[in-house]
Design a binder for this molecule. Structure first.
Ligand code: 7RM
Length: 646
């Protein structure tokens, strides 16, 4: 009914309609897209198998909707603004027409290198326009992209390539992040030693680093592109079924093995477009006017980059800014400098970045006007009231609504959030469900907590178009992780409170994953990496509250034999984690212990370890069921003297 919700009343009307007649509601949204063939049925679902299908029978290609569809009205509008890591390097801008041409051309490069519909292609790249081009080129030819964050190590990379059975890897020689050069091709080479499925590696020259090119396997991006003359560069968009896989994105879970979250084509497209336009109130002024400049600081290696840096903005015909660097390079004013430089109107970042820039001091904000800003966003973890206020006052100058957007890799798009300037904001609250979203809070027994002023486990009782469809090649795991804890519901893994006004506040994870600087990490996965150190027998990792990162990593480790050079030893453990998982998983504290608190059945009592990590040594609860209660005393004592802050 409304192309964009414009008032609180419209939100209420739209919400009501989305609950009463969800199929009509989403069919109407879907009408706005380019379809090669319209759908037969809007929705089929059950949460038991689970089996969810949106727009069955529909045929389309998402890149025609991101690119071709806009050419008539916005061919010369900037689609991507790229800001390099080094502020002195030239900015790059690609119009919709240019982006379309590049995507088509690279899609043909992929085809020339043996890619076909349904193949899985791993993308391991720095934050450069070619990353977005690679993603879209995969979608153009119906190949399933699996983007792996460039900060992951060779082991995490090879596990993901293996799991998805990828036949092509797209990478770069290296990347620039802050003062560091990151090696990407060298990491790929190491990973591929155990990945026989990979037949081709396409390498972008970004850093001019000397890399080893394997004959017959490795090809240069620019050489392959140069083989295509511009008249042969168009690439017909592959016809995809609405439920064909669009991408796999790995996310950490309670076991050591990451889950390949699968999203499919049509539902994902409809939902990320709708939420992008409404949450950020994006004004794409197609006819002559200036489009808003929108900047999402997330890396494309995470779901936020997929949905709200690439797909959502392009579907909406927006101008999306992509930044290669980090918030603190060359100094902690970089974000604010980039906002002024490109006259950014909408800025979407993570609480951990806000807190670290707050800690750097207002002198880094002062030189900048920030007067182009209209809307601010936050994502990835709960934003504490203090950080919210700092952001509101010093960045938004008390004029910009803050959208605190709650969602997950598995939900594909934003689920609970204010609509900027339209619905009320409340510091530290994600506030209200978007149209189409039916959240419920359950108690431990799975009973729905009705009414307001209640706190429980956050679940969803009805599907939305971009819900996870499966975990790649392991449907049981999808069922087990999300649809079995509470029968008939999708379980988020988050705790949540609904206040007296009916507003939602996420309280944090209730399982064995931790959000460290907004990155979801499984404790088991970190333990696996730590345990690669030859002198260790066992380890247990828990989270503890951290001022900047939100949560820090606390590792308890048991040694095979005593190591007197403790500091060195801890450094080695850090290096081991960096090598086997990536620097983002490095523990903040390491405590050497002689044993772990275990029950008689051998289960580690993490509750106790969490309490100790928090520094709450006097409230450990009942320890009488432990196999060896004495270890608790030792751990408590050690906690006071042993751990160092990394
Ligand atoms: C988008 C993303 C998902 C987990 C989720 C929460 C936490 C995300 C918020 C938040 C409080 C928010 N996907 N989370 N956004 N908690 N307020 N606005 O982060 O798959 O990487 O993580 O992140 O715990 O379950 S994710």
């Amino acid at each position: 009914m409304f192309s964009r919700i414009n008032s609180f009343e419209e939100y209420q009307i739209e919400y009501k309609k989305s609950i009463e007649t969800p199929e009509a509601f989403w069919a109407e949204k879907a009408e706005a897209f380019t379809w090669k063939k319209k759908w037969d049925k809007v929705l089929e679902w059950n949460f038991d198998e689970p089996n969810v299908k949106w727009f069955s029978g529909g045929k389309l290609n998402i890149t025609e909707n991101c690119l071709d569809r806009h050419l008539a009205t916005r061919a010369n509008q900037t689609a991507i603004i790229w800001e390099p890591n080094n502020p002195n390097e030239a900015v790059r801008k690609l119009t919709y027409k240019e982006l379309h041409a590049e995507v088509c051309k690279f899609a043909n490069v992929l085809k020339n290198n043996g890619a076909t519909k349904g193949d899985r292609i791993c993308i391991y790249m720095p934050m450069v326009p070619e990353l977005a081009i690679a993603v879209l080129a995969c979608a153009r030819i119906g190949a399933i992209h699996s983007v792996v964050f460039g900060g992951f190590s060779f082991k995490s990379l090879s596990d993901r390539i293996h799991d998805a059975d990828c036949n092509i890897v797209i990478t770069a020689d290296g990347g620039f992040r802050g003062a560091k050069d990151i090696q990407l091709k060298a990491v790929v080479d190491e990973a591929l030693q155990t990945c026989p499925s990979v037949k081709k590696v396409v390498v972008l020259n970004r850093t001019n680093t000397n890399v080893q090119m394997i004959n017959g396997r490795d090809v240069w991006w620019h050489e392959e592109m140069a083989k295509l003359s511009s008249d042969k560069a168009f690439c017909e968009a592959e016809e995809m079924d609405a439920e064909d896989m669009l991408f796999i994105l790995y996310t950490s879970g309670s076991t050591g093995k990451p889950k390949g979250v699968v999203h499919t084509t049509a539902g994902y497209m409809v939902y990320v477009d709708y939420t992008f336009r409404n949450v950020f109130q994006y004004d794409s002024s197609p006819l002559g006017g200036e489009a808003d400049v929108y900047w999402c600081t997330a890396d494309v290696g995470w779901i936020t980059g997929h949905s709200y840096l690439v797909y959502g903005p392009l579907l909406a015909g927006a101008t999306t800014l992509m930044f290669e660097g980090i918030p603190t390079y060359p100094d902690a004013g970089r974000f604010w400098q980039v906002i002024d430089k490109h006259q950014v109107n909408i800025f979407y970042t993570a609480p951990t970045a806000i807190r670290s820039l707050e800690a750097a001091g207002l002198e880094f904000v002062a030189p900048y006007k920030l007067d182009s800003l209209k809307i601010l966003g936050s994502v990835g973890e709960p934003i504490n009231e203090e950080a919210w206020m700092w952001y509101h006052k010093n960045i938004g100058k008390e004029k910009c609504p803050i959208v605190d957007t709650w969602w997950q890799t598995e939900t594909g798009g934003i689920m609970i959030s204010p609509l900027a300037g339209i619905t009320k904001t409340k510091p530290s609250y994600a506030t209200l469900p978007l149209p189409g979203i039916q959240p419920v809070l359950l108690d431990e027994n799975g009973k729905e907590l009705l009414g307001n002023n209640v706190e429980g486990r956050l679940c969803m009782k009805f599907p939305w178009p971009s819900i996870i469809r499966t975990t790649y090649k392991n449907h049981d795991r999808c069922k087990e992780a999300y649809f079995s804890t509470f029968k008939g519901y999708y379980f988020t893994g988050d705790g949540c409170k609904r206040d007296e006004e009916g507003y939602y506040k996420i309280t944090g994870r209730v399982d064995d994953v931790i959000k460290v600087s907004g990155h979801l990490l499984g404790t088991a996965e970190i333990e696996n990496a730590i345990n690669q150190h030859p002198d260790l027998v066992e380890s247990a990792v828990v989270g503890f509250p951290h001022d900047i990162k939100g949560w820090g990593i606390y590792a308890y480790v048991i040694c095979r034999h005593e190591r007197k050079d403790t500091e060195n030893f801890k450094k080695e453990i850090m290096a081991t984690v960096t090598k086997f998982m990536g620097a983002i998983a490095k523990p903040d504290k390491i405590q050497i212990v002689s044993g772990l608190p275990k029950t008689r059945s051998g289960k580690i009592m993490r509750r106790i370890l969490r309490k100790v990590a928090e520094g709450d040594l006097n409230n450990l609860g009942d320890t009488s069921t432990l196999l060896d209660p004495a270890v608790v005393e030792e751990i408590k004592k050690g906690a006071l003297t042993d751990p160092i802050v990394a």
